[in-house]
Design a binder for this molecule. Structure first.
Ligand code: NAG
Ligand code: NAG
Ligand code: NAG
Length: 689
């Protein structure tokens, strides 16, 4: 290979890395959040590990000044008097190592009581903060309520006017500058949106504050009003021009319940408000009150998702300066990536060419099954995946890749699933079938038809094992677990922000599953009935897009009549009656429709988790929904009317699907249509079940 070709590699690599970093940094809005006032929000380290936040303000040091003993109040998270909050040091360290700045917020709206009585009082509070939470080592007797954690700064959330906060800012800054290790500390503040702020005007006037998150809520004169951002934007203008030395953040409630007024839903924020505020040179991002509400509603997960989408489809019209910057980065990035790709392509071709010349055309791998090309296909509208060539593995290869079945991921009626690794490092999930029916030839033919399936919403099958009694299927590993563990977990110890799937995401998942079933039922030239549709078989990828697993496995494990074999377990709530017992008739695609309907109703039930009476079975809930559809939808108050429409569609579709008479159930194609129409055009079935 010519050495000329190699030269630009480091340069191109550096360019593309830089461009990627710039592009990804521009995707995410920086979010500051308050943590500490409600234990249901989860631990501090989990809050940081969501990756959603750039700053976490510990709320609050609620009592200080005028001779009071300073009191840290982190609700039920820990007990300061007994020294219980020192254990937060480890959480703070994990946040900081993840790049999240952790600050102590002093003040708050609580009744703790705080004010400053004189300049020397201010100096005393500054010294207390420095010695107990920051880099101070002066007072060896300082109790350090947060252990040996060294926070990144102090936040002023002062909500009752008093003098001397400017002195406090001055004195803290002098202490910051005295740090022996030369570490940098932040000074931030959270004023109310009327400009200037009654409590903080003098302090902010010092020009010493790095970040100022203005609370655009609980103040109708300067907050967002439905459909009208005028008051907010006028106040924004005052703040951003009035504090040229500070970075200004748009402070908002994370849900309707988080404040008396001023909530802006994520869609409106992304489409109407952010574009208007991002133009300010000292715009920094948003601040949310608070982690607990954000966790409940998934507000920032949703917002980041919308913004990523928006930035991925950056249009070419006018735009703010930061839009333009983003666009330039993206163009540079795309150009660099393009050149790099072209270069890699050339190298790959060159290498392949060389290899194939040396060894002749690559022979098919021993024992592999190439799915026969299927008859002329109507192209289904779904995005395609590369058809897989299935690899056949031996018994001992399966044992090696699963490290002797060391890590079980799950078990089901058709077999157990183990985690594994291929030789090339790829992660796989291996399903070892139990009670597989049919001879080897039938098995091979079924597996090869499963291998032919190519759909973005199906977990890709990579290979299989057929040796003696061992029959196993090797799938691509989908790292994020199943819908069951996301939407149906009541286990708070699995602290993951994605657990709180918001309605729009649940709806998207419902649509994705409907489409893939529609595909399996015939649109994709396949005719596969899944017979095991349930949340546990809906896996979610990084973007929380659904991928259905176990496709075609029913044909391997259930006898030809489509009935469960003799040792079938009892019916679970997702099974259509005919799947369990032939006395209810033959299984068909309608069996999947039934399971799908139960699943969608259960998704609504799990998300809303309301108590509708003593009988808590899904069937009872469905009947209740049937009778209370509108009141139920209207009771979901923290979402927009568009979102309520999605919920209503899910319920109506679910109720159609779970009717016992198969002739009354819609086909999956009809389900997809219903989900795409407006709930206003849909009617309830004549009766449930
Ligand atoms: C804490 O959060 C839970 C769940 O969001 C909520 O029900 C409760 O009212 C909150 N408590 C306080 C004191 O805010
Ligand atoms: C500080 O607050 C206390 C009561 O909380 C009050 O008695 C005192 O006068 C206040 N001091 C100043 C300087 O505002
Ligand atoms: C504390 O602040 C006051 C007012 O700004 C100032 O006069 C005093 O010198 C400061 N003390 C220190 C140690 O910086």
């Amino acid at each position: 290979m010519s050495s000329k070709l190699w030269l630009p590699v480091p340069l191109l690599w550096a360019m593309s890395v830089l461009a990627a970093a710039a592009a990804s940094a521009s995707d995410d809005v920086k979010i500051a959040v308050y943590w500490g006032q409600n234990t249901s929000e989860g631990s501090l380290s989990d809050t940081c590990s969501t990756g959603l936040y750039a700053y976490v303000n510990l709320a609050f040091l609620s009592s200080f000044g005028d001779g009071r003993a300073p009191v840290l109040n982190l609700a039920g998270h820990c007990d300061p008097p007994s020294g219980g909050c020192a254990s937060l040091a480890a959480d703070i360290a994990s946040c900081q190592s993840a790049g999240v700045k952790v600050l102590l917020s002093i003040g708050g709206g609580g009744l703790g009581g705080y004010n400053l009585s004189s300049p020397s009082d201010a100096q005393g509070v500054a010294t207390y903060l420095w010695d107990n939470f920051l880099g101070g080592t002066g007072a060896s007797g300082a109790p350090r309520p947060l252990g040996d954690a060294v926070l990144d700064g102090i936040d002023f959330d002062i909500e009752s006017p008093s003098q001397y906060y400017d002195d406090l800012a001055q004195n803290l800054t002098s202490l910051y500058r005295s740090d022996a290790r030369g570490r940098a500390y932040l000074l931030t503040a959270a004023p109310q949106c009327p400009f200037p702020d009654a409590s903080l005007a003098a302090a902010l006037g010092t020009g010493l504050f790095d970040n100022v998150w203005v609370q655009f809520y609980n103040n109708p004169g300067c907050q967002y009003a439905p459909g009208d951002a005028g008051a907010l934007l006028r106040a924004w203008q005052n703040w951003t021009t009035g504090l040229p030395a500070a970075t200004v953040f748009l402070g908002l409630p994370a849900s309707l319940d988080a404040a008396g007024s001023g909530f802006v839903d994520a869609d409106t924020l992304a489409s109407q408000v952010l574009p208007a505020v991002e133009g300010a040179d000292n715009y920094g991002g948003i601040m949310l009150w608070s982690r607990s509400y954000d966790k409940d509603t998934g507000f920032s997960v949703k917002l980041q998702g919308i913004l990523r989408n928006r930035n991925n489809h950056t249009d070419t019209g006018g735009g703010t300066s930061s839009d333009k910057k983003t666009r330039i980065y993206i163009i540079v990035g795309a150009a660099a990536a393009g050149v790099l790709l072209l270069f890699l392509l050339i190298c790959t071709c060159f290498l392949c060419h060389k290899k194939y010349r040396g060894s002749g055309t690559a022979p098919p791998e021993e024992g592999s099954v190439t799915p026969p090309a299927s008859a002329p296909k109507k192209e289904p509208p779904q995005p395609k995946q590369r058809p897989q060539r299935l690899k056949r593995y031996t018994d001992s290869e399966v044992e090696r890749m699963t490290k002797s079945y060391a890590h079980k991921l799950g078990h089901g009626s058709t077999g157990d699933v183990y985690r594994g690794n291929l030789r090339d490092g790829r992660q796989v999930a291996v399903k070892v079938l139990k009670d597989s029916v049919g001879d080897d030839k039938e098995f091979m033919s079924e597996v090869s038809s499963i291998g032919r399936i190519s759909h973005v919403n199906v977990v890709p099958l990579l290979g299989f094992c057929l040796q003696g009694p061992t029959r196993a299927l090797v799938y691509e590993y989908i790292p994020n677990g199943s819908l069951e563990s996301y939407a149906f977990s009541n286990n708070d110890s699995v602290e993951n922000y994605s657990l709180w799937l918001y309605w729009e995401k649940l709806f998207d998942i419902a649509v994705g599953v409907a489409r893939v079933l529609q595909y399996l039922h015939g649109v994709g030239n396949t005719n596969i009935v899944h017979l095991n549709v349930k949340p546990r078989n809906i896996l979610l990828d990084q973007e929380l897009c659904p991928k259905i697993s176990d496709v075609g496995v029913a044909n391997l494990c259930f006898s030809k009549e489509g009935k469960r074999t003799g040792n079938a377990r009892g019916r679970d709530r997702y099974d259509a009656p005919e799947v369990v017992s032939r006395k209810f008739g033959a299984t068909s695609s309608k069996s999947d429709v039934y399971s799908y309907g139960v699943m969608v109703v259960e998704m609504v039930r799990a998300k809303r988790n309301i108590n509708v009476g003593e009988d808590t079975t899904g069937k009872y809930f469905a009947q209740w929904l049937y009778e209370h559809l509108d009141p139920f939808c209207n009771s979901i108050s923290d979402v927009s009317s568009e979102t309520r429409d999605l919920v209503k569609k899910m319920i109506i579709v679910g109720l159609w699907c779970i009717q016992t008479a198969q002739t009354n159930q819609p086909s999956m194609s009809r389900v997809v249509e219903m989900l795409q129409s407006s709930s206003m055009d849909l009617e309830l079935p004549v009766r449930t079940s």
